[in-house]
Write a protein that binds this ligand. Structure first.
Ligand code: NAG
Ligand code: NAG
Ligand code: NAG
Length: 245
C-alpha cells in the first residue's frame, strides 16, 4: 500500500449511531477499495475508507506553498514526525470517530491534522489545529462531500465556539475552536480524557445520485450535543461532556 506515513495509530475506534433515520434497505458494503490512497465510487450502505494524518502544519505543504494530499510522496510525510489513523465509516451514517489519547499526544506529532482520501481524485481537508503544549481541541465535525459517489471535498465544520461559550473549562481559540488546557488532560496529570472525537457527516450524492442526508441532520445540532447519543461510547468521553454541558 502506498501510504507514506511511518506508523499507524493503534487505537482508533469508529462508533456508529444507528437510528431509524439512518437505516438503509441493504446493509451490504460493496466498496472494495480499502486504501485511503485509492479512488472509490460509493453508494449508500457502502463503507468508505479515509485517513487522518497528524503532523506539523508545514509538513502538509510542498515547497512551503502548495498543500498536497498526504498520499502524495512529494510531501515525504513518512520521514517527518507524523502519525496516521485510518477509518472506514458507513456512508451517510452519522458516525463519531474517536482517537484515544491515552497512548497518543497530538502535540508531540506537530499538532495539526489533515483528513484525506483518493489518488486521481485526491481530496484533502485544510490542516486543523489539534494541540500544542498549552491547548488541545478535542471535538471536531468533518463533512465528506460527494458528487455521484466520488469524494470531492473534506472540510472541518466549525461553530464559532458557540458550543463552549460560557463554559469555564474551555478557551475559545481564534474564534473558532473550543480548546481545553493540555494540563487538564489525564496523560498530563489532569482528569479530562483528551481523546479526540470527530463527528462525521456526508453531503452530496452517491453514484446513483441519491442524496445523502446525514449532513442535513448534523448541521441542525450543536457540535457537542451528539456525544450524548452514542450509547456505545459509554466511558469517560460521554460522561465528561455530560458534566460540561
Ligand atoms: C518552490 O518555490 C520557489 C519560490 O516560491 C520557486 O521559485 C520554485 O520554483 C519552487 N519549486 C518547485 C519545485 O515548485
Ligand atoms: C482510552 O483508552 C484507555 C485505556 O485503554 C481507557 O481507559 C479509556 O476509557 C479510553 N478512552 C476512550 C474515550 O475510549
Ligand atoms: C498554542 O496555540 C495557541 C492558539 O493557536 C497559541 O495562542 C499559543 O501561543 C500556542 N502555544 C504554544 C506554546 O505554542
Amino acid at each position: 500500500m502506498a501510504i507514506p506515513v511511518t506508523s499507524i495509530i493503534l487505537i482508533a475506534v469508529v462508533v456508529t449511531l444507528s437510528t431509524k433515520l439512518y437505516l438503509v434497505e441493504s446493509s451490504s458494503d460493496n466498496n472494495h477499495v480499502f486504501s485511503p490512497c485509492a479512488d472509490a465510487s460509493v453508494e449508500r450502505s457502502d463503507g468508505f475508507t479515509f485517513g487522518i494524518a497528524f503532523a506539523a502544519r508545514t509538513a502538509f505543504f510542498f515547497n512551503n506553498s502548495v498543500q498536497l494530499s498526504p498520499c502524495d510522496r512529494r510531501l515525504s510525510l513518512s520521514s517527518s514526525n507524523s502519525q496516521l489513523s485510518i477509518f472506514r465509516p458507513k456512508v451517510d451514517e452519522i458516525s463519531l470517530l474517536t482517537v484515544n489519547s491515552s497512548s497518543f499526544s497530538p502535540d508531540s506529532y506537530g499538532g495539526y491534522m489533515v483528513a484525506f482520501a483518493g489518488r486521481k481524485y485526491a481530496a484533502r481537508s485544510i490542516p486543523a489545529f489539534v494541540a500544542n503544549s498549552t491547548y488541545i481541541v478535542t471535538s471536531f465535525t468533518l463533512v465528506l462531500e460527494f458528487q455521484k459517489g466520488r469524494l470531492q471535498n473534506l472540510y472541518w465544520k466549525r461553530d464559532g465556539c458557540s458550543s463552549c461559550s460560557g463554559k469555564s473549562n474551555f478557551v475559545c481559540l481564534n474564534n473558532q475552536d473550543c480548546a481545553i488546557r493540555t494540563s487538564s488532560c489525564k496523560n498530563r496529570g489532569g482528569n479530562v480524557d483528551c481523546s479526540l472525537g470527530i463527528q462525521l457527516a456526508f453531503s452530496g450524492t452517491d453514484k446513483h445520485e441519491s442524496v445523502f442526508n446525514s449532513w442535513y441532520e448534523v448541521k441542525n445540532l450543536r457540535q457537542y450535543s451528539l456525544f450524548g447519543l452514542y450509547k456505545n461510547l459509554k466511558d469517560s468521553l460521554t460522561s465528561q461532556y455530560n458534566s460540561f454541558f
